[in-house]
Write a protein that binds this ligand. Structure first.
Ligand code: GLU
Length: 451
């Protein structure tokens, strides 16, 4: 008789905390999943006997390395780089690279863990990974960013490959950085392969990859509303962030007839009661991406808008909310405020933007709440489609890709219903996403035996 791990939930979480000291974000992500999985596997002896949850919560590998580079003034700078390869049970490791001063091993472990379930939910053959560095791109020249990317890839290249691990962008890493890293990979290996996604269209990239995360989060939101016989027409939306995810989420809300009230950055948020229309979104995109400007400048450009420094936008009354900035940006109190102000649905464009208290509050209030691993999977889904196009040496049209993205988001919504429909009119999307993602990875792991 196999020894099973029929420990209770608190004992399991104690173990996770003990094995990962000081890694609060990782512990938080594991807890959010384990809360649902414990119920699901209660009567499934094989998952216990094979210690599946324990194994998924232990990354396959964490690679940590030194990244040296020279700044424009000739100073030698040293950063730390990582690649966390969490799980490749259903496909090559897949997940973005983040450059931000807040990056730690804990942050990347949480992101790689989440990515494992997110990627499984897309239905595409992708495992979960994440990488990055505590490098701060803010204020750096283009040459400095290029030198940093080249140095980062000079170590990373030996750990990745089109059938091994396929990184992409994330916070601080966009098309420009992917270009510098792809160029360095190609230079070192002398291979032109689909080793990164988010590439430029001329060199193996996919149409709609840029738009996919934000659009997907709104498609998911529209699906949740449709399940209740509603749509976005005339609904007010509060959005945080002003990067790629936030601006494309805003764009899709506007296209579907909604009114976007806010956007934000690390300095604070802008509130435009007249609505952030497409031309205003275009201005924000240009201002943040090309001019690397601050969101508060919006108020000089568009009268009637106000800027609130040092605050998140969750106090602005709205029908729907989309946190699209970063982890733990929406806290318990914010969740309470949103619900009290009449918010009926939340779709997470960022990864784990709502903290545990906030998630518990949304669940308790029984509003429609889509966790990032379901709602923001559109980005990595189109990355998966980019991988397919690279392998097949072909490219699909924009219309084909738009349809595939929509179909994938519909599919994720359906998977969430399978395990999240509580039968009393309430759909627990967190539970639905956790169980559907877990089951796929867990069943593959069972097939491989003890590895
Ligand atoms: N960084 C994105 C995410 O969090 C995209 C990852 C990818 O395309 O591999 O899902």
């Amino acid at each position: 008789m196999a020894v099973s791990d029929h420990v209770d939930f608190p004992t399991f979480m104690e173990g996770v905390k003990k094995r990962n000291p000081g890694q609060d974000e990782f512990v938080q992500a594991v807890q959010e999943v384990a809360e649902d999985i414990f119920d699901f596997i209660a009567d499934k002896e094989e998952y216990h006997a094979q210690q599946i949850l324990r194994r998924i919560a232990e990354p396959d590998r964490v690679v940590s390395f030194r990244v040296c580079w020279e700044d424009d003034a000739g100073n030698i700078r040293v950063q730390r780089g990582w690649r966390v390869q969490n799980n490749n049970a259903i496909g090559p490791y897949k997940g973005g690279i983040r450059f931000h001063p807040s990056v730690t091993e804990s942050v990347l472990k949480f992101l790689a863990f989440e990515q494992t379930f997110k990627n499984a939910l897309t239905g595409l053959p992708m495992g979960g990974g994440k990488g990055g560095s505590n490098f701060n791109p803010k204020g750096k020249s283009v040459r400095e960013i290029m030198r940093f990317c080249q140095s980062f890839m000079t170590e990373l290249y030996r750990h990745i490959g089109a059938d091994v691990d396929v990184p992409a962008g994330d916070i601080g890493v966009g098309g420009r950085e992917i270009g510098f890293m792809f160029g360095q990979y190609k230079r070192i290996t002398n291979e032109f392969t689909g080793v990164l996604t988010g590439k430029g269209l001329e060199w193996g990239g996919s149409l709609i990859r840029t738009e996919a995360t934000g659009y997907g989060a709104v498609y998911f939101l529209a699906n949740m509303l449709a399940a209740k016989g509603q749509d976005l027409v005339g609904k007010t939306a509060v959005i945080s962030g002003s990067g790629n995810v936030a601006t494309h989420a805003a764009e899709k809300i506007v296209q579907l007839g909604g009114k976007v009230l806010t956007l934000s950055d690390s300095g604070g948020f802008i509130h435009d009661p007249d609505g952030i229309t497409q031309d205003k979104i275009d201005w924000v995109k240009a201002h943040k991406t090309h001019r690397r400007g601050r969101i508060e400048d919006y108020c000089d450009e568009f009268k009637g808008a106000s800027f609130t420094a040092g605050k998140t936008p969750w106090g602005v009354p709205c029908d729907v909310a989309l946190p699209c900035a970063t982890q733990n940006e929406l806290l318990g109190e914010d969740a309470k405020t949103l619900v009290a102000n009449g918010c009926i649905a939340v779709s997470e464009g960022a990864n784990m933007p709502t903290n545990l208290e906030g998630v518990h509050h949304f669940k308790h209030a029984k509003i429609m709440f889509a966790p990032g691993k379901a709602a923001n999977a559109g980005g990595v889904a189109v990355s998966g489609l980019e991988m397919s196009q690279n392998s097949g040496r072909r490219s699909w049209s924009e219309a084909e890709l738009q349809q595939m993205l929509k179909d994938i988001m519909d599919g994720i919504h359906k998977s969430c219903l399978t395990y999240g429909d509580q039968g009393n009119g309430y759909i627990d999307y967190v539970k639905g996403a956790n169980i559907a993602g877990f089951k796929k990875v867990a069943d593959a792991m069972l097939a491989f035996g003890v590895v």
